[in-house]
Each structure stands twice: as C-alpha cells, then as structure tokens.
Ligand binder design. Structure first.
Ligand code: AMP
Ligand code: MG
Length: 315
C-alpha cells in the first residue's frame, strides 16, 4: 500500500471518509485514525499496528454534539471534567452508545472519548464525517510517535495517509479517567494531573493494576508498552553508577559520567515532550542502555514515571 504524506487536513480527511486509515497530529502523541462508521478501516488500524484485538481504541470527537453519537450517558462527574478540561489531553471512559462498533471498544460496554485541542487535529476532525477511533500511531509495544517522521518510520506502507504537523507539544498519551460509575477513577496518568483532577473532583481514586485482576479496567494497561530496544535503568541525581558500554541518559539532572549520549531537560514538561523521541533516537544510534532519572510521583512527574516504569518492564 502506498502511504501519502500531506500537509492538508482536508486531503487527509478525504482518505478517512473513503474508508482509509490516517495518522494525524495531536497535542499528546500522533494518532492513527479510522472513522467509527468504517468497520473495515477499524480492523486495518489493529492490523497496521499489530495491536491485540482486546485493547480498545479511544474515539476522538470534534465537538460536544458528537459526544451523543459516542456515549450513552454523561453523568455529573463527566460533565464537570468536560466543562473544565475539554478540549484537551483528557480521555473519559463513559457508557457506550450502541452505535459505536464493538471492534472499537473491544467488546466493552464503555468507550474512551477525547476531544483534542491541537488545531491541526481539530481541523482534520472537522472534515471527518464521523467520530474517529484512534490509538497512538506507532507499532504496538514501541514508544509512541511524537512526530510525523516517527509515524512514517513505523507505518510507511501499512496505512493510507500521514497528515504532517509539528512534533506533539506534550509528547505523552492522554490522561484517562473512568467516569461511567459513581466514583471517578484515574486509569492512566497524563498531562492533566491527578492534582488538577482532585481540584474539581476530590473523590477521584487512582487505579492500581494488580496481576490478579481478571477483567482489567483498561485492557491496554496489561500490555508491554513504550519500550525502546535499549534496556531502561534508573539513576538518581549525583549517584555514581557503573556505566554499561554504549549507554545514554535522559533526566533533569546532570548525566552520570561516561554516557555517550544524553539529554538534560529543563523541566518536567520538556522531559515528557522529549522522552519518546529520545528513546527512538537512542535505538537508531544502537544504544544498549538508557539511564533515566525517575521524577517524583506528583504533577506531570506521575505520568513520566508511569511511562518509564512500563518501558522498563516493571509495571
Ligand atoms: P493508546 O491510544 O494507544 O494510548 O491506547 C488507548 C488506551 O485507552 C489503552 O490503554 C486502552 O486500554 C484505553 N481505553 C480505551 N478505551 C477504553 C475503555 N472503554 N475502558 C478503559 N480503557 C480504555
Ligand atoms: Mg499506544
């Protein structure tokens, strides 16, 4: 299959509206979209990524009018979060409208919904004739793609079109809050922080994944994720570690002595934005070990920590 590169949201939406699969930029990471009214295109998304069929897709909407086509019920907690954080990097898990195909939600009774804020994403969605189901636009298990070049590297020849935009401003996947029950639950940390959520919904709980969980609340959380080919090891500021040959470092502090490639980030925002592209860069350079500084488990640090721990295989 030929993959068309375009800078036109309208051209990209034409591909989607005729049953194609299209990668597009968002503020979190690039998404790989199919119209929820095109079941064959949904199957193509799973095939192109090599994504397990029991890992549901997030449905992207342009405006609140489309929300009724996707969700069957929007309770008070969901309304509070929509009012405060839409459009933005927040996914709500809500009771699903029967119109949404089971292949999108992996047979769950709930659906993940997000309304992105990125202007190119919004323009693209405005031309799409139905809501767009989209996981991250990377091969399953690899770090998410935060630039169109990374999408192209993973998916050239497997998808119909890439809508080129700028690198993702946040660089980490959306915060996910399960909102279909009476108590909201944070399923995945992201740029909308737990503290921001607590400010409007103090009763929110944090989901803890256990191996014994029979029906995971968010099926995707049980799969290995975000992992570069290099091994991930952790180091604390000023700690002297025995450096493996061909190693790299990313974090907020000075790198340990002896690493051949490093990225010192000015703040957590930069750390989150650079993390996945740094992983991919390290793989391209043949780096074997990436030392990472684990930020404290608060604010944006919670999301970075989560991705680092899962990339290292410890979650
Ligand atoms: P990705 O778009 O690749 O970041 O993956 C989407 C994430 O959203 C996965 O971890 C899914 O398990 C999660 N997700 C999507 N829909 C639902 C849902 N209905 N309930 C719980 N988690 C969901
Ligand atoms: Mg993903």
């Amino acid at each position: 299959m030929q993959t068309t590169l375009t800078d036109s949201a309208e051209v990209a939406a034409d591909f989607l509206n005729s049953g194609g699969v299209v990668a597009f930029p968002t503020e979190t990471v690039y998404g790989l979209g199919a119209g929820i009214c095109h079941p064959e295109a949904i199957r193509k998304v799973f095939r192109a990524k090599g994504r397990p069929g029991d890992n549901p897709l997030i449905v992207h909407i342009y405006n609140l009018e489309q929300l009724a086509d996707v969700a069957a019920e929007i309770n008070g907690n969901a309304r509070v979060l929509i009012e405060r954080f839409f459009p933005g990097p927040l996914t709500l898990v809500l009771k699903k409208n029967p119109l949404v195909p089971d292949s999108v939600t992996a047979g769950l009774e709930s659906v993940g919904v997000r309304c992105p804020a990125n202007l190119v994403a919004r323009e693209f969605l405005s031309y799409c004739s139905c809501p767009v189901a989209a996981p991250s636009a990377n091969l399953s298990g690899l770090p998410s793609a935060t630039s169109w070049e990374s999408v192209y590297e993973d998916l050239n020849g497997k998808i119909d079109c890439v809508l080129r935009g700028k690198p993702s401003a946040i660089g980490l996947e959306s915060t996910i809050v399960e909102c279909s029950g009476s108590v909201p639950i944070l399923l995945r940390a992201g740029a909308i922080t737990l503290e921001q959520l607590q400010a409007v919904l103090p009763e929110i709980r944090v989901h803890v994944i256990t191996d014994a969980e029979e029906a995971p609340k968010s099926p995707g959380l049980k799969y290995p994720h975000y992992a570069p080919k290099a091994s991930i090891l952790f180091c604390s500021p000023n700690e002297s570690v025995l450096i493996e040959p061909s190693s790299a470092y990313i974090g907020l502090s000075e790198p340990p002595e002896g690493v051949s490639l490093f990225r010192i980030c000015l703040n957590l925002e930069e750390y989150g934005r650079e993390l996945f592209s740094f992983f991919r860069h390290c793989d391209a350079q043949g780096i074997k070990v990436i030392y990472c500084e684990l930020p404290a488990n608060c604010g944006l640090g919670r999301a970075i920590r989560d991705r680092l721990l899962r990339a290292s295989g410890r979650h």
